[in-house]
Design a binder for this molecule. Structure first.
Ligand code: F0G
Length: 455
């Protein structure tokens, strides 16, 4: 085991490869906007030769598992306990961690029945320190920013990236600049950014407008860009794939279903599984499907209209504000992973999202609206016969239910959906449970209980 550790720990022999023209550059030479100077496409991190040194599987798996029981923060992190697979830092002293990752894989028995599959699991990335999957990527990319000596980090965000970035920057003693669309970020997320001391700018623009401003800013000022175009983010976000494989005794689910916004996370998880396959740690890939909201569906349109060859930006509108994105940066990476794993892209309506969120809540798990598109999408895939009743499916739940309590309360009060939306999804209000305002009197509350029993 000692050999394995010495040979592989935190090697810095990584390169960045352009996914468009395959040009390779050194990590330190990455352009500030993370776009290839030749073809404007995005980069991915590669580790020439590194994985050859990681075999055999058994000692590595044991080492990764053993680290969970250690008291060292980087061992307790569900990202850094797999550090042999993230060889892009010069030294462990650059690592900024909040002990992210190691999130639960829950069974969803009622949702399984509703979706018509035998085994349905939720990998709950909302159980991270700031309540979303962004923490796993942020620990990776912000550590790079620290190593490179940046004082400022920045992101454009629909709210979760900014919450995560603000927290990790505060831990590292760095300054954070947040650009968010005014009025379209859930309160829980805005509150976090303020709480962690970020300079928070609400721009009169949508997410795509915020991205445009930030992309120009990083070309002009020494600010490190932490949006998911930053390929190191995806190195952290691939680690839930390792955790899922580990939790399933190094088997993989038949199908993994991921929400799609800026379209980076699906490819990050796919990269994680592909690396495990290349190492021989697993023997097949799960299908990876991406689900979008109908009002923010550029990938769905591209896949159905031209097989994912070209994307046309849309004007995005959905109450699942986390994925209210019309011009997704990482769409080519998403198309590639859907093709390579044999998955699909689906779209779901506002009523379908609301019902699915309530169903996940009724299973005692809960999630934010953008995460619930996964269950809504699964139902469509089973109805179309694309997912079989005997399959094991994992839903990637990306954010905690407390991120957006306003949405939940509106749903249960019956004020979330417009009448025409409710008519389209008649089922959506079935699970609504409005709070009851009662006199503070035992008889009255007992009567309320009796009414419930009769239901
Ligand atoms: N789910 C949640 C809760 C999100 O916050 C996001 C993205 C996604 C899904 C989509 O992931 O962009 O990799 O396809 N949120 C970003 C943000 C855009 O700024 O917080 P993706």
């Amino acid at each position: 085991m000692a050999d394995v550790i010495q040979n592989s720990a935190l090697a810095t022999a990584h390169r960045l490869r352009c996914i468009g023209c395959s040009a390779e550059i050194d990590g330190v030479d990455a352009p500030e906007d993370f776009r290839c100077r030749t073809c404007s496409e995005l980069f991915e991190v590669i580790y020439p030769g590194l994985f050859d040194r990681l075999r055999p599987a058994e000692p590595m798996r044991r080492l990764w598992l053993t680290r969970s029981a250690s008291t060292a923060p980087i061992d307790r992190s569900g990202v850094w306990r797999f550090r042999e697979m993230l060889g892009f830092l010069d030294s462990e002293s650059s690592i900024v961690t909040l002990q992210e990752g190691n999130t639960p894989l829950y069974e969803l028995p009622r949702c399984a029945r509703s979706a018509g599959v035998a085994t349905l699991l939720a990998k709950h990335q909302g159980m991270n320190p700031t309540g979303s999957f962004k923490d796993t990527g942020m620990t990776a990319a912000l550590s790079v920013a620290k190593q490179r000596g940046f004082r400022w980090v920045a992101c454009a965000s629909t709210g979760n990236t900014s919450a995560a970035m603000a927290a990790y920057a505060a831990r590292a003693g760095m300054r954070a600049l947040v650009l968010i669309p005014e009025g379209k970020v859930a309160w829980g997320k805005l509150a976090q950014s303020l709480d962690y001391g970020a300079v928070t700018c609400q721009l009169r623009a949508d997410f795509d407008g915020c991205v445009a401003v930030l992309t120009e800013m990083v070309r002009r000022a020494p600010i490190y860009l932490l949006n998911s175009v930053n390929p190191y983010r995806l190195e952290g976000q691939k680690t839930p794939a390792f955790e899922m494989a580990e939790a399933m005794q190094w088997q993989v689910p038949d199908h993994l279903i991921v929400p799609g916004g800026n379209l980076a996370n699906c490819s990050a998880l796919g990269k994680g599984f592909q690396e495990l396959l290349a190492l021989g740690f697993i023997d097949r890939l799960p299908r990876i499907s991406v689900i979008q909201a109908e009002g923010a569906n550029p990938l769905f349109l591209a896949m159905t209209q031209n097989d994912g060859e070209q994307i046309t930006p849309v004007r995005a509108e959905t109450r699942a504000t986390a994925i209210r994105i019309g011009n997704p940066a990482s769409w080519r990476k998403a198309v590639r992973i859907i093709r390579e794993t044999g998955g699909w892209c689906e779209q779901v309506s506002e009523a379908e999202i609301a019902l699915a969120k309530a169903e996940i809540g009724a299973d005692g798990i809960g999630c934010e609206p953008a995460s619930a598109v996964t269950l809504a999408g699964l139902k469509k895939l089973t109805a179309r016969g694309l997912v079989g009743a005997n399959e094991t499916v994992v839903l990637l739940l990306t954010g905690h239910t407390l991120k957006d309590p306003e949405y939940t309360i509106d749903f249960h009060r019956g004020t979330l959906l417009r009448p025409e939306e409710m008519a389209a999804g008649a089922d959506a209000q079935r699970l609504a449970r409005a709070p009851q305002v009662l006199d503070a009197d035992v008889e009255t509350v007992l009567r309320a209980l009796e009414r419930e029993e009769r239901l």
